[in-house]
Design a protein around this ligand. Structure first.
Ligand SMILES: Cc1cc2nc3c(=O)[nH]c(=O)nc-3n(C[C@H](O)[C@H](O)[C@H](O)COP(=O)(O)OP(=O)(O)OC[C@H]3O[C@@H](n4cnc5c(N)ncnc54)[C@H](O)[C@@H]3O)c2cc1C
Ligand SMILES: NC(=O)c1ccc[n+]([C@@H]2O[C@H](COP(=O)([O-])OP(=O)(O)OC[C@H]3O[C@@H](n4cnc5c(N)ncnc54)[C@H](OP(=O)(O)O)[C@@H]3O)[C@@H](O)[C@H]2O)c1
Length: 315
């Protein structure tokens, strides 16, 4: 037994509340998408996220891990969280103010398969969408990963892997639009150069804003220097040097906020050991362990610590 067209139509009419208005594939597995909600969307702070959802009966993109679902499962909405991204520029060199836009931008990678866990459910369906298609968007926009701890004049460092640069782009736009005078460095580590979806934007920004620097890292291109992870930028002193080149005192915990987003192994969030009851860093070391060794402190909501390392974990 399968679903009827009528059942699918009814489901979409009842559960979908937004329309895809813009869709740009950076390559087959990487997209920038904008959606417009039927109702006025909630205000939000840059760095926050909301959910996107599609029914299980929607087609999956070709070449993705197969999924076996019962007829009952087909009429369920599959939802995932997505940070709100930003293409930063509006017209010419003007920086976007999200308050002026009635849509939300997302930056999404296709997860074709997941050998270690559940079959990827949403991205194979998102990558089949076309402009004009309908989608479910969670009306609540939430998250603590925002610029609220940053003081005027602070240095701000955004460190990401892959699509982890999405919330950073929103925060970056906010800082530049509001005239933040502190130095800003954004580094993003991806497998291949083609996985850097906003390179043009960052190149333009560096020309316009001398206190901003973007550092792209690729780990799977043929290179003479070998693999450089985000963690290595800190260990080698390269990040310090970039800050100094911009006129800051380097990675100074008193005046610097670091934002981390993307692969949890890059972030390295400490967890409380069941055996010892102590907080332990995952191994090999992520950015949090390295920076805490240099006097920084990560946020820890369980211990009510508001530090100067802030992070968003995607999985
Ligand atoms: C607060 C928050 C914000 C998020 N924002 C984004 C975003 O802006 N863009 C985005 O692409 N994803 C984002 N994610 C991840 C997103 O929610 C989904 O998990 C992802 O799109 C895969 O969905 P799926 O159903 O296909 O597979 P899932 O079953 O959700 O994930 C399967 C596996 O895919 C891998 N994976 C998931 N997300 C990523 C990713 N972004 N990059 C690399 N590997 C990944 C992990 O190994 C995961 O276990 C965010 C997650 C959270 C919690
Ligand atoms: N990127 C693609 O070309 C591509 C294409 C098709 C499908 N996908 C799928 O998309 C999903 C996400 O891929 P993604 O490339 O965006 O994300 P990702 O796998 O998290 O990789 C992003 C970057 O993080 C690096 N990284 C890995 N482990 C790290 C660690 N311990 N510390 C610091 N950095 C680390 C990766 O380097 P390494 O090179 O060492 O991994 C890579 O440069 C995966 O499911 C993948 O199968 C990706």
């Amino acid at each position: 037994m399968s679903l009827t067209e009528e059942q699918m139509r009814e489901f979409r009419a009842k559960r979908y509340n937004a329309t895809v208005t813009h869709l740009e594939k950076r390559h087959d597995d990487l997209l920038v998408m904008r959606v417009k909600l039927d109702n006025p969307r909630a205000a939000y702070l840059s760095g926050q996220y909301c959910t996107l959802g599609l029914a299980n009966f929607e087609e999956r993109a070709e070449g993705c891990q197969p999924e076996s679902l019962s007829v009952d499962d087909l009429l369920k909405l599959v939802r995932r969280s997505y940070s709100i991204s930003s293409s930063v520029f509006r017209d010419g060199d003007t920086i976007r103010d999200p308050a002026d836009d009635d849509w939300l931008e997302f930056y999404i990678v296709l997860v074709r398969e997941n050998p270690d866990g559940r079959v990827p459910a949403l991205t194979p369906r998102l990558f089949n969408l076309r402009v004009g298609d309908r989608i479910s968007v969670g009306e609540k926009i939430a998250g603590h990963f925002t610029l609220s701890p940053v003081q005027p004049g602070d240095s701000v460092i955004f460190l990401s892997t892959g699509t982890g640069e999405a919330p950073h782009n929103s925060m970056l736009a906010d800082l530049l639009r509001t005239g933040h005078t502190g130095k800003i460095v954004a580094a993003c580590c991806v497998r291949y150069r083609r996985d850097l979806g906003y390179t043009e934007t960052h190149d333009r920004l560096m020309k316009l804003y001398p206190h901003y620097r973007y550092l792209p890292l690729t780990t799977r291109e043929a290179s003479r220097t070998g693999k450089v992870y985000i963690q290595d930028l800190i260990g080698s002193g390269e990040l310090d040097q970039h800050l100094k080149d911009l006129g800051a005192t380097g990675l100074d915990p008193a005046t610097t906020h670091v934002f981390l987003c993307g692969n949890p192994k890059m972030i390295g969030i400490p967890a409380k050991s069941k055996e010892t009851g102590l907080w332990e860093y995952p191994q090999p070391p992520g950015v949090i362990e390295i920076l805490e060794g240099r006097g920084f402190r990560a946020d820890n909501p369980m211990l009510k610590i508001e530090g100067n390392i802030h992070f968003e974990k995607y999985w």
